[in-house]
Design a protein around this ligand. Structure first.
Ligand code: KMH
Ligand code: ZN
Length: 274
């Protein structure tokens, strides 16, 4: 089987140090968490940045500083800035990290409820706009799909030329307002994408490791990290992103699946190295 690409979503935009003290805010904390995750086996760092007090931002300067600090610690790691940002941000605000031409970034492929009164808005026109801005800079998008309808929209937009091959999907399952992350959901999602597409699975909360295991078993890739889940096991907070990555590496070992280095991940996905 192909090697396993592990993505680590080290901070997100919504979780705080009150939820888990290891959630990184400062540039130094971001670099340290990324480095630890990379050492544990992560090839890709999914990156949101924060102000020092923890407020989420999509500031180009802040991303530039964080990326520089991370690259100093682990020069070959793939950095995947978020274009999702935080709920309520405008299109152009969310797109700011693309001005840095990273080799990869996220492209969120549909709207969904995000708990309480929050709605994470990604209209069809938003997606076309984001896709245009991403491809014009030759950035490789990870197609984040929170439910099956988002995959259908990607495939429609692909037919119309807005989304290009190779396609790499991220199934983000278990969001409060999106699709759950049960085994049947995983199979429904992976069977709905083209045969030549690749996919990674991000299980939110209690789904993190059960979905990771399924994806390892069926040849997909895995995302873990404090953005998605704060616990190493029920009731036990993870002492940083590294522990979450280590747990996935252990599961992969038990299935005889080797871990991809960043350069191997680039080959699997068809990425240019920066
Ligand atoms: N923070 C969420 C509203 C992404 O990174 O592209 C959106 C998100 C998706 O995290
Ligand atoms: Zn994110």
């Amino acid at each position: 089987m192909n090697k396993l690409i592990i993505t680590c979503a080290i901070s997100g935009a919504e979780v705080t140090k009150k939820d888990n003290p290891y959630v990184p805010y400062t540039i130094q904390e971001m670099a340290e968490e990324a480095y630890q995750a990379y050492n544990a086996g992560a090839a890709i760092i999914h990156l949101h940045v924060r102000h020092d007090d923890g407020r989420p931002t999509q500031s180009k300067l802040r991303y530039e500083k964080a990326i520089k600090a991370i690259k100093k610690r682990c020069p070959d790691v793939i950095i995947q800035p978020s274009t999702g940002g935080a709920v309520g941000m405008s299109r152009d605000e969310r797109l700011k990290p693309t001005l840095l031409s990273p080799e990869m970034c996220t492209l969120d492929c549909g709207t969904l409820n995000f708990g309480g009164d929050d709605i994470f808005v990604n209209t069809e026109n938003d997606i076309k706009y984001f896709a245009h801005r991403i491809y014009e800079k030759s950035i490789f998008p990870e197609l984040e799909c929170f439910e099956k309808g988002h995959i259908d929209l990607v495939l429609r937009l692909h037919k119309k030329g807005f989304i290009k091959t190779p396609m790499h999907f991220s199934f983000v399952l278990g969001v409060n307002g999106g699709m759950t992350g049960e085994e049947r959901d995983f199979h429904f999602m992976r069977e709905s994408i083209p045969m030549d597409a690749t996919y990674s699975v991000a299980g939110i909360g209690k789904y993190e490791f059960s979905l990771a295991e399924l994806s390892i078993k069926y040849g997909g890739h895995v995302r873990v990290g404090l953005e998605d889940n704060l616990y190493l096991e029920k009731g036990v907070l993870a002492k940083g992103n590294q522990e979450l990555v280590e747990k996935v590496v252990q599961i992969a070992k038990s299935y005889g699946r080797e871990i991809a280095t960043p350069d191997e991940a680039r080959q699997i996905l068809g990425l240019r190295r920066i």
